[in-house]
Design a protein around this ligand. Structure first.
Ligand code: CAA
Length: 391
C-alpha cells in the first residue's frame, strides 16, 4: 500500500529590508502603474550585505526545527540558483548552523526556479521508500538583474523551508504529475556573472508553453480536470504572470474565467510575493505558504494545484490535498510579524547595497551588522564564509 507523504511544516523567510517600487519607478521615470498593475508588484525585498541564501534558508528552517525537533532528519535538500560555492553545498552550512544530526544526506540542487520542486519530489520519494525518516527541503534565492533593466522591478529574495514526512499534517502530495523539459535560453546566469541574463518576453511565452504541456499530462495521468482543483498556485516571477498563467489554463479547459473567479482561485497565493518579489526556487512555495496563511475559507480536504517553472527549462504540474488541522501547523503569525516589521530603503541605499562588491582577495573582512533573522554572515576570511548566530 502506498504511503501518504508530503509537507508536514512550511516556513517562509525574507530579508528585513525592501524598496517600494513607487520609489524605483520615480527614479527610472516609469509610471508606477506599470509595476503595480502591469507586472503586479508593490515592493521588492533586498538582502543586506550580511544576509545570503544560507542565512535565509537556515532562518526559515530554524522555526521548524525549534518546534518539531531534529531527530530522524536524514535528508537535507538545498535548492538554489544563487549558489555561493561551486563545490560545497549551501545545505551543509545550514546543516551546521541548525545543528542537525551528522547521519544526514545533504546536497544542493539546481534547475533555475524548478529546483525547489525537484527537492520536494525527491524528498517525497525518499520518505515513501523509508517512512520512518524525515526530510528537510530548503529553497532559497536572491533574484538579481542589471540596474535599470526590464527585470529590475521583479527582483527580490526569500527562502522557504519544508519538513517532508509520512502522514504529513499540512499538504499530502499526490503522486500524479505532468513534466516538461526543453533546452531553451530564456533566462540564465553564466558562472562569471552575478546578475541573471534574460530574454524577458520570450521567457513568459516559454513559461506558458511549459504550463500547457504539464497540465495536459497531469490531466491525462490523474483523470482530473480544472473543476477538481480548488485553489491554484503558480511559480511567481511576478504576480501578474500567475494571473496570465491561470487565464491560459482556464481557457485551455474551456472555462470563461471571470475576474472574480481569478481573484478567488489564484489571488490568495499572491500577497507575500507582491511585497517581496521573486525568490526563484522558493517562489512557488512562498505562494503556497501565503495561500495557507491568508485564505479565510477552511481548506482542509481541498485540492491545491501547483505549477513549477524553472527557466532553461523544466516545468511540473502536480497537486496536493490540504490536511485536517493544517492551520495549527502554520507559521502565520511569524510570517505576518516579519513582513510588517521590515525597514524601507531609499533608492540610494538600495543602489549602495546592490553595488557593494563581495570580497574576493582572500583577506579578512567583517560585514556591518544589519537586521537579520537568527543567522547572519559575519564576514569572510581566507575565502571562507563566516556565519554567526544572532543573539
Ligand atoms: N499601467 C499599467 N500597465 C502597464 C503600464 C501602465 N502605465 N505600462 C506598461 N504596462 C503593462 C504592459 O502593458 C505589460 O502588460 P502585458 O504583459 O499584459 O502586455 C506589462 O506592464 C509589462 O510591460 P512591458 O510589456 O513593457 O514589459 P517589460 O519590458 O517591462 O518587461 C518582463 C516585462 C519581460 C516580464 C520583465 O520584467 C522581465 O524580463 N522580467 C524577468 C524575467 C521573468 O520574470 N520572466 C518570467 C517567466 S520566466 C520565469 O518565470 C523564471 C523566473 O523566475 C525568472
Amino acid at each position: 500500500m502506498s504511503v501518504n507523504v508530503g509537507i508536514d511544516a512550511i516556513r517562509f523567510y525574507t530579508s528585513n529590508y525592501f524598496i517600494d517600487l513607487r520609489t524605483l519607478a520615480a527614479v527610472r521615470g516609469v509610471d508606477p502603474d506599470k509595476y503595480m498593475l502591469g507586472i503586479g508588484q508593490d515592493k521588492m525585498a533586498i538582502p543586506p550585505p550580511d544576509e545570503d541564501i544560507v542565512t535565509m534558508g537556515a532562518s526559515a528552517a530554524k522555526s521548524i526545527i525549534d518546534r518539531d525537533g531534529k531527530d530522524r532528519i536524514e535528508l537535507l535538500l538545498f535548492a538554489t540558483e544563487s549558489g555561493i560555492d561551486q563545490s560545497k553545498a549551501g545545505g551543509v552550512f545550514a546543516h551546521g548552523m541548525l545543528g542537525l544530526p551528522a547521519r544526514c544526506r545533504t546536497v544542493e540542487l539546481k534547475e533555475a526556479c524548478y529546483g525547489g520542486t525537484a527537492a520536494l519530489q525527491l524528498a517525497c520519494a525518499a520518505v515513501a521508500r523509508n517512512p520512518s525518516i524525515r526530510a528537510l527541503v530548503i529553497a532559497t534565492d536572491v533574484a538579481r538583474y542589471e540596474l535599470a533593466s526590464p527585470g529590475e522591478p521583479t527582483q527580490g529574495c526569500g527562502a522557504v523551508a519544508m519538513l517532508v514526512t509520512a502522514n504529513p499534517r499540512v499538504l499530502a502530495i499526490e503522486p500524479e504529475h505532468g513534466l516538461f523539459t526543453s533546452d531553451v535560453m530564456d533566462f540564465w546566469r553564466p558562472n562569471y556573472r552575478d546578475q541573471a541574463l534574460v530574454d524577458g518576453k520570450y521567457s513568459t511565452r516559454v513559461y506558458l508553453q511549459a504550463l500547457q504541456e504539464c497540465w495536459k499530462q497531469y490531466r491525462e495521468q490523474s483523470g482530473r480536470g480544472y473543476g477538481d482543483i480548488h485553489r491554484f498556485c503558480y511559480h511567481l516571477p511576478f504576480t501578474r504572470m500567475a494571473e496570465k498563467a491561470h487565464e491560459r489554463l482556464a481557457k485551455d479547459s474551456g472555462i470563461d474565467l471571470t475576474d472574480e473567479q481569478l481573484d478567488q482561485q489564484v489571488g490568495p497565493s499572491l500577497a507575500y510575493n507582491r511585497i517581496t518579489g521573486n525568490s526563484y526556487a522558493a517562489s512557488l512555495y512562498v505562494g503556497l505558504a501565503c495561500l495557507l496563511d491568508t485564505e479565510s475559507e477552511d481548506l482542509a480536504g481541498k485540492r491545491i494545484g501547483l505549477f513549477s517553472y524553472g527557466s532553461g527549462c523544466v516545468g511540473e504540474y502536480f497537486s496536493g490535498l490540504v490536511q485536517p488541522g493544517y492551520r495549527e501547523r502554520l507559521f502565520t503569525h511569524e510570517h505576518r510579524a516579519m513582513l510588517e516589521n521590515r525597514t524601507e530603503l531609499s533608492y540610494r541605499q538600495y543602489e549602495d547595497i546592490y553595488n557593494l562588491p563581495f570580497p574576493t582577495d582572500g583577506g579578512t573582512h567583517t560585514f556591518s551588522r544589519y537586521r537579520t533573522g537568527p543567522y547572519r554572515l559575519a564576514g569572510v576570511k581566507e575565502h571562507k564564509r563566516l556565519y554567526e548566530t544572532v543573539s
